[in-house]
Design a protein. Structure first.
Length: 192
């Protein structure tokens, strides 16, 4: 029920060659016993890690109790860093001045058919924009609403890896925003 790096580091500390993990109960980012859900790896690769479903865990647990102590695990997965495509969704409410702007943002990193991380923030951002539009509010400065598709990745092992998506958006995707942004509200509101 935590990020895999905690278990990976503990297992490596005790000499494990690899770990196989599963979600203890339906909860964060999962919705069924067949779902494979390994939380983000925000640490250096220490040992191989693989996640299995709770139903697969039950099969393995039963086999171990029956005295079977050997198994073959086939993992057919290729990770290709920097080869994916992700999109930022951007909307703007024009202010009385466009010289400066305020950014309201959050990421949309749902897992599979999930409804959590960070969908609550996305609904908050869209609700704020809708309320401003419905009330015909005109802000002093432009307000930019951004749903960005990146959170942790790109800053593995850093203290503030959650801000990577927001940082990339300002510094690489929209470098012109850096000099005119007076505030950025980046929401992280996973469902509970």
């Amino acid at each position: 029920m935590a990020w895999i790096d905690q278990y990976m580091n503990e297992a490596a500390l005790h000499g494990a060659a690899a770990i196989v993990t599963y979600s203890l109960e339906i909860g964060y980012g999962s919705y069924s016993d067949d779902m494979i859900n390994m939380q983000d790896l925000c640490a250096k690769d220490v040992i191989p890690c693989v996640s299995i479903s709770r139903n697969h865990y039950k099969e393995l647990s039963k086999a171990i109790k029956e005295g079977k102590n050997k198994a073959t695990l086939e993992v057919d997965n290729v990770m290709e860093p920097d080869k994916g495509t992700i999109y930022n969704v951007v909307g703007k409410i024009k202010g009385k001045s466009s010289d400066q702007q305020i950014i309201v943002s959050g990421h949309y990193a749902v897992y599979f058919n999930g409804f959590q991380d960070d969908s609550c923030a996305i609904s908050l951002i869209l609700s704020m924009a809708k309320a401003m539009k419905d009330s015909e509010y005109t802000p002093e400065n432009d307000i930019v609403f951004v749903c960005h598709g990146s959170k942790e990745w790109g800053a593995i092992g850093s203290q503030f890896d959650w801000t990577t998506g927001a940082w990339e958006m300002i510094n690489n995707a929209h470098p012109d925003w850096a000099g005119k942004t007076i505030a950025m509200l980046n929401f992280e509101l996973p469902a509970v």
